[in-house]
Design a protein around this ligand. Structure first.
Ligand code: MEV
Length: 325
């Protein structure tokens, strides 16, 4: 009756993955844990938990809907670092979805639950929440979760962080879909290129080349321009990324659904990463709960080397089916 999962950071391919293009990202060391409990007075019952209840219903067997859920998370909520995907994977784990037929089945159950948070998930967020490490995703077609291949990443440093968002992933995915359906050629070309960048990025992540941070940074800058072009950019993140580049980052981009939220910048080494972290921290918007961190990434995943303003872990108890008026 307990489950846990990683946060995630998308490196390349977000939004393109919704249209069957590849993507690459990593599981984060920040995690979400949950357990099912008996309901008691004082459990949250508000509207804010409606999507959570919907996710529980979509999981079905194994979720005690008459009870309550305790969620503890050091993944910040709603900023593009994978809190909802982690919630879905942790729910599927707690409900025992893996017991019968293994991880891919569990991923499928979590993917079904993620539809409660946005209508057309590609499966990459729940894949990273489930598998951790550095993963390349390839489309599997016909509504299935994509195929995941772990990447033996050579050690690389990056600065990540988040600011508050305009809209959520559902809204940004829907807006891009509208422009795709309107056959906007610029958006179609951007989606193609966002997917095409993934292959060279994966080669660079795994290669021992000395200049890979520079080349990954250049790809990140290109992806960021494309993501801004399809309408999911953010002036606040653009300013932070400019500060990161001025302090030595080789390039950077919005990460995830966009409209603010998470970002990532590649840096050539740890010392430069610390300088970039400081420069970004100085420009974090005041009072919106934003934060930043320096990570080292290798084939097993990411390690936090330093963080600034990172929020304290959150614990909530939620009654799954509210009673009374
Ligand atoms: C959100 O983290 C990633 C998107 O590509 C949506 C998805 O793939 O489900 C924007």
């Amino acid at each position: 009756m307990t489950g846990e999962a990683h946060g995630k950071l998308l490196l390349f391919g977000e939004h393109a993955a919704v249209y069957g293009r590849p993507a690459v990202g990593l599981g984060l060391p920040w995690r979400l844990r949950l357990r099912f409990l008996q309901a008691r007075d004082g459990d949250e019952t508000g509207m804010a938990t409606e999507r959570l209840r919907d996710a529980c219903r979509r999981i079905g067997a194994g979720v005690p809907l008459a009870g309550a859920l305790e969620v503890r998370s050091d993944i910040p909520f709603g900023v593009g670092l994978g809190s909802s995907a982690a919630l879905c994977v942790a729910l599927a784990r707690a409900a025992g979805a893996a017991a019968a037929s293994g991880e891919r089945k569990l991923w499928g159950v979590a993917h079904r639950a993620e539809h409660a948070f946005h209508g057309s998930p590609s499966g990459i967020d729940t894949g990273l929440a489930l598998l951790g490490g550095v993963q390349r995703f390839a489309p599997a077609g016909s509504g299935n979760v994509p195929a995941a291949r772990p990447i033996a990443a050579q050690r690389i440093h990056l600065v990540t962080g988040f600011v508050s968002r305009r809209g959520d992933t559902a809204a940004h995915v829907a807006a891009v879909r509208q422009r795709m359906q309107a056959r906007d050629p610029a958006v179609r070309a951007a989606i193609d290129r966002l997917g095409a960048i993934v292959e060279p990025a994966c080669r660079l992540l795994a290669a021992p080349d000395a200049d890979r941070a520079a080349r990954l940074g250049a790809l990140a800058d290109e992806a960021d321009a494309l993501l801004n072009g399809i309408g999911v950019g953010s002036p606040v993140v653009a300013e932070l990324l400019a500060a990161a580049r001025a302090a030595g980052a080789t390039g950077g981009k919005i990460s995830g659904g966009g409209g603010g939220g998470a970002f990532v910048a590649f840096v050539p080494d740890r010392a430069t990463g610390t300088a970039v972290l400081d420069a970004v921290t100085e420009r974090l918007p005041a009072g919106d709960g934003s934060a930043a961190a320096l990570l080292a990434v290798n084939e097993t995943g990411a390690e936090v080397l330093g963080d600034r303003e990172w929020p304290a872990p959150v614990a909530r108890r939620v009654r799954l089916i509210p009673t009374g008026p």
